[in-house]
Design a binder for this molecule. Structure first.
Ligand code: FAD
Ligand code: SF4
Ligand code: SF4
Length: 482
């Protein structure tokens, strides 16, 4: 091992090449180029094969990172892919969109003094290679079980559960109100972070594996939760969180002030070749406009960078805290700045000005005050510090809350937390309704793709165990619960 590994002392960290900002600001392609085989092996060889790998501990999926790095360094890519795929339903997607600086790479122990191993880029390389070589196979079971599951939501949580349960032999039915599979991976995250073809090819594979998708089907409207419970042996709710947090104040109802997800969805639809009415009539198109985005999370970063690519005249991000206290990834802020976005830190809107249509945002400067009970510094307005930013399009990216599912599903006994997320028993992932499980953002609140995958896989294991234990009068399970 020593020969091929432990090269971090002699080999510097090299991330995949980033395309120049001037070029990428005019197209929708991903901003990083892929690793070459040589570069992937070289970078994987920097790993010191820690006895206690903190990278793995801080990966929500517990990925066996040292093993697939070693296999990559040795050129044994098919085996590396098998190891990566054993714990991750979408390694190529996580390699692209995980905030690695906060997860695996941020805890790589060679980080101090030497830059961390580029884990995410290697994971992406391994899996993209597996797709090219035909090693990625549809989730076909070796034998069918006489049971079926219903999954509400075709985002990463629902899909991760679907894949696991299909491999075990269940008839798997996924219901989604959208017309495509992928949830926020298809209509939320922009193409320059995650090319849509990467998500769409997974959809095709899942169908080839026998997973049945019922698209354009809103549970609570087209079919009830009660019907799904009668139809299937267990049900998973993986509906994500979509209710946009709003902003009030004078002028908040002016035209030209739009929610982030509506804006991003229209842009993604356009990229996929759909007609997108809000985009086509110009309302959700930033071309030629002075754009102000309010918020400091990753959704805000996606909005500012989308506006740049649409040809906005100017793009300003207004955030009430400072750079060090923003929730979004520092990496994304850096990309945005390189692409020409202007950040106004410690500023919050107090009014929207215009006559029917927004023409400016009046904002006030803020300062960071004392920490609250959670330890987070509170923000307070600085009296008399108001200023005005001209704007033709204002995008609100203030976060998301869950919809009222007990009402939508007409199931008042479906227990929710005080934030409206679904209450589950965290050992079994089961809701207050027997045989109904929940996973992903609808349980955690707005989170990450990698956590949704983790939850989906855990929920699948619990659903399998529950069906085995409650098969009752139905035929016995062909396999024992693992
Ligand atoms: P979702 O992906 O939201 O999927 C839920 C699915 O349920 C959707 O397809 C929806 O149509 C369907 N659904 C909802 N209600 C119903 C119903 N009643 N009937 C039928 N179907 C229904 N995470 C990262 O890790 N990295 C990133 O870079 C990143 N960028 C992001 C950018 C944006 C703009 C946003 C909004 C989020 C981003 N996230 C990112 C977060 C990540 O996308 C989510 O945490 C993740 O997708 C949650 O997965 P999920 O399966 O729980 O829900
Ligand atoms: Fe890192 Fe995400 Fe991959 Fe885990 S899944 S190893 S956190 S990139
Ligand atoms: Fe390798 Fe870093 Fe993980 Fe250690 S923490 S096993 S050096 S990737």
């Amino acid at each position: 091992m020593a020969e091929r590994m432990l090269k971090f002392v002699s080999t510097p960290q090299r991330t995949p090449d980033k395309r120049p900002a001037e070029a990428r600001a005019h197209d929708w392609d991903e901003i990083y180029r892929a690793f070459s085989a040589e570069r992937a092996a070289e970078q994987a060889s920097r790993c010191s094969q820690c006895g206690v790998p903190f990278c793995q501990v801080h990966c929500p999926l517990g990925n066996n990172i040292p093993d697939w790095l070693k296999l990559t360094a040795e050129g044994r890519l098919e085996e590396a892919y098998e190891v990566a795929a054993a714990t991750n339903t979408f390694p190529e997607i996580c390699g692209r969109v995980c905030p690695q600086d906060r997860l695996c790479e941020g805890h790589c122990v060679i980080e101090k003094g030497f830059a961390s191993v580029t884990i995410g880029a290697v994971e992406r390389y391994i899996t993209d290679t597996a797709w090219e070589k035909g090693w990625v196979k549809p989730p076909k079971p070796s034998r069918e079980l006489p049971y079926s599951v219903g999954i509400i939501g075709a985002g990463p949580a629902g899909l991760a559960a679907a894949e696991r349960l299909r491999r075990k032999g269940y008839a798997v039915h996924v219901y989604d109100r959208y017309d495509r599979v992928g949830g926020l991976m298809i209509y939320g995250i922009p193409n320059f972070k995650l090319e849509k073809a990467v998500v769409l090819r997974r959809w095709r594979q899942f169908e080839d594996g026998g997973i049945v998708f019922h698209l354009g089907c809103t549970v609570g409207k087209d079919v009830s939760l009660a019907e799904l419970r009668a139809r299937h042996d267990a049900v998973l709710i993986a509906t994500g969180v979509y209710k946009a947090r709003d902003i009030g104040g004078p002028g908040a109802g002016l035209a030209g002030i739009v929610p982030a997800l509506e804006y991003l969805t229209a842009s993604n639809r356009k990229g996929l070749g759909d007609t997108a009415p809000g985009f086509d009539d110009g309302r959700l198109n930033a071309a030629g406009k002075r754009v102000v985005v309010i918020g400091g999370g990753d959704t805000a970063m996606d909005c500012v960078r989308t506006a740049i690519r649409q040809g906005a005249a100017s793009v300003t991000c207004l955030y009430r805290r400072d750079r060090a206290n923003m929730p979004g990834s520092v990496r994304e802020v850096n990309h945005a700045e390189e692409e020409g976005v202007r950040f106004v830190w410690l500023a919050s809107p107090e009014a929207f000005l215009g006559d029917g249509h927004v023409r400016a945002v009046r904002a006030v400067r803020m300062h960071l005050g004392l920490p609250d009970a959670t330890g987070r510094q509170q923000v307070e307005p600085i009296p008399g510090s108001s200023f005005t930013l001209e704007a033709d399009l204002v995008i609100k990216a203030l976060g998301f809350d869950p919809e009222d599912l007990p009402t939508l599903f007409n199931e008042p006994s479906l227990a929710v937390t005080r934030w409206g997320t679904i209450k589950v028993d965290h050992r079994t992932m089961m809701t207050s309704l027997p045989g109904v499980f929940a996973a992903g953002d609808i349980v955690r609140g707005a989170s990450l793709v990698v956590w949704a995958i983790r939850d989906g896989r855990d929920a699948a294991a619990e659903m399998h165990a529950w069906i085995a234990a409650h098969a009752g009068a139905r035929p016995a399970l062909a396999v024992a619960a693992e």
